[in-house]
Write a protein that binds this ligand. Structure first.
Ligand code: AGP
Length: 611
């Protein structure tokens, strides 16, 4: 939920840390701060608001050092403010800590420390850490941090510096992501890879329960008990510009436009032309586990939950395996009924969503096999699953998920084909046909991106962009599309929107229909097209404002709608991937017309790594 960067080397730590924090702002941006160790001791500058506030503060109070830590925050405990901004310091102001996560026993720790006379400056859970480190500090920061961490319960990724040890940066993680960057005579720590790509492509992924000491020329890792750990150093082939906006006004629009290429990347090496089989070698799940599975339970949150719903339809139609889709936040508390022949599938872009991570831990404890659909390589969920299917969508910076969603539905389609082949629940011809339809998807997405006149017109129409509330209606494969369209609109334009199964209209929602409420109806050619048309006519009969998403060439639907956005003809089970483009663009342009902060919507963060 927050972004951490640390540096030790021979260059200007402040410049490097600020550069990294900018690339992590999507993780949270309600306050920020930097602490550095200089020959005069520890110095720290913090500011509320986005990074620009910290940069302004640094112009007033410049810092120069070769060792430092920085943080951009999304508040969990303590309101956004300079006092609550990280880094947090011990009483003598010689030890500084940045933290991502939640210390669940901070109340008890704070009470114990206060009983010993420690005075707290902030309302945060984090501040217990520097005071605990101080308590155990006897001239060895690494040992003191390790002892302090043994008192903590909850999730953390931390960076620690101490004025008495100007050649040491300490890092540790438990439940929140933290990577180590290996440079030439310099080392880095960061919450995510894009933060340090400008400086090094050589990274190591700190594991849960590990503490790391970084010096300019290398790093040393131990577990919480002091046992040395070895970490492989990997070379990241991420393109640095992939995390830049390039010439797009927002990351979100850039990522919407990336989707044709993203789907090609998701399919790359897996769905070959002319074949009825897909290759998922990297999934590392034994065929026996899939052959014998009696049920698949999908766990996810938000947009990934919508992708899971779309995946359910596709997997059940091709592989004929029962699929349950559960909100991870519900699954983890409902004592789920799991058996060793149950497969639990997490769907997650970040691979760090707290509820989804806990859900797979519960699944593993019950003996279920866990396979996850993940975008971030080396993320916690990826590394804790038995099998992983990476969506290969590249970093998704915009808080509103777009390319992750379409790549997730694509990956789930690949999984469905793989399973159907294994279980022989569909013919080679059928599956070969589905693969060809999948391979044709990128061009259909490109077609939608090349035909935006209507969506841009509608987005500027006051009846839509100044509406107080929207309804999104879909059926069957496109019920998830309706839910996803509504979420996109509400989270970036702040217009209330509800996604509904169109068949539910008569059970309540139709009472809401007036000329002031736009109703987005997903009415592409499908087995339920006639039903959707009936729903549209019911809405029109009540003066409703109807915006349909329909199949190119369907002119008849125009007579029942106020506006129609067309998409190319598409194999129905895969149509949620194509329909995603117009609903994403509709939300994007309305949000821009309403001057909303599209990439960093209020109250949201890209990765919900706390409950
Ligand atoms: C999507 O637009 C939202 N930002 C949010 O619902 C997101 O999908 C959800 O938090 C799940 O994140 P994950 O895919 O990283 O697990």
């Amino acid at each position: 939920m927050c972004g951490i960067v640390g540096y030790i080397g021979t260059r200007d730590a402040v410049e490097i840390i600020l550069s990294g924090l900018h690339r992590l702002e999507y993780r949270g941006y309600d306050s920020a701060g930097i602490a550095v160790v200089t020959s005069n001791g520890l110095d720290c500058v913090k500011a509320p608001g986005k990074l620009s506030g910290l940069e302004e503060a640094l112009r007033r109070h410049p810092l120069h050092a070769n060792l430092g830590i920085g943080h951009t925050r999304w508040a969990t405990h303590g309101a956004p403010s300079e006092t609550n901004a990280h880094p947090h310091l011990d009483a003598p102001m010689e030890i500084a800590v940045v933290h991502n996560g939640i210390i669940e026993n901070y109340h008890e720790l704070r009470a114990q420390l206060q009983a010993d006379g420690v005075e707290f400056r902030s309302q945060t859970d984090t501040e217990v850490i520097p005071h605990l480190v101080r308590r155990y500090y006897e001239g060895n920061l690494f040992a003191a941090v390790r002892r302090a961490l043994s008192k903590l319960e909850g999730a953390y990724a931390i960076g620690v510096v101490c004025s008495a040890e100007p050649n040491l940066l300490v890092a540790a993680r438990q439940g929140s992501p933290l990577i180590i960057g290996v440079g030439q005579d310099e080392m880095f720590i960061a919450s995510d890879v894009p933060a340090i790509l400008k400086y090094t492509r050589r990274v190591a992924y700190l594991e849960n329960g590990q503490v790391c000491a970084l010096h300019r020329d290398g790093f040393w890792v131990e577990d919480i008990d002091g046992v040395e750990q070895r970490l492989p150093i990997e070379t990241v082939d991420l393109d640095e510009t992939a995390a830049e906006k390039e010439n797009f006004p927002h990351f979100m629009l850039k990522e919407i436009y990336q989707q044709p290429e993203v789907i090609r990347n998701t399919l790359r090496g897996r769905a070959r032309e002319g074949s009825h089989e897909v290759r998922l070698d990297d999934m590392h799940l034994a065929a026996g586990d899939l052959l014998n599975c009696s049920k698949i339970v999908m766990v996810s949150c938000g947009t990934s939950w919508h992708a899971s719903l779309a995946g359910k339809y596709i997997i059940e139609s091709l592989a004929r395996v029962p699929v349950e889709v559960d909100l991870a936040s519900e699954f983890r508390y409902r004592n789920p009924i799991l058996r060793p022949d149950t497969i639990v599938m997490a769907v997650t872009q970040s691979g760090e969503t707290a509820d989804t991570l806990e859900a797979i831990r519960i699944a593993k404890k019950s003996g279920a096999r866990v396979v996850s659909i993940v975008n971030v390589v080396g993320s916690s969920i990826a590394r804790e699953s038995h099998g992983v299917l990476y969506t290969q969508a590249g970093p998704e910076i915009g808080v509103a998920s777009t390319k992750a969603y379409t790549s997730q539905v694509t990956a789930l389609s690949l999984f469905a084909i793989y399973l159907a082949n294994l279980r022989e629940t569909a013919t080679a011809d059928t599956l070969g046909g589905v693969i060809e339809h999948l391979r044709a998807i990128p061009e259909k997405l490109q077609w939608c991106l090349d035909h935006q006149d209507t969506v841009r017109k509608v987005s500027g129409d006051p009846r839509y962009c100044h509406a107080r509330s929207f309804l999104y209606l879909g059926r069957s494969y496109n019920l998830p599309s309706a839910l996803e369209g509504a979420l996109k609109l509400k989270e970036i334009s702040y217009i209330h929107a509800e996604g509904y199964g169109a068949g539910e209209m008569k059970h309540g929602p139709i009472a809401l229909v007036t000329g002031a409420m736009p109703v987005v109806c997903i009415a592409v050619r499908s087995a339920v097209y006639d039903k959707m048309l009936s729903n549209i006519q019911e809405i029109r009969a009540r003066e409703g404002l109807v915006l349909a998403i329909a199949t190119e060439g369907d002119e008849a639907i125009r007579r029942y709608c106020d506006d129609v956005i067309y998409v190319p003809e598409c194999y129905e089970p895969l149509s949620p991937i194509v329909v995603a483009i117009p609903v994403q663009l509709l939300a994007y342009y309305i949000a821009v017309n309403r001057h909303c902060d599209v990439d960093q919507p209020r109250n949201l963060a890209k990765s919900v790594t706390v409950e």
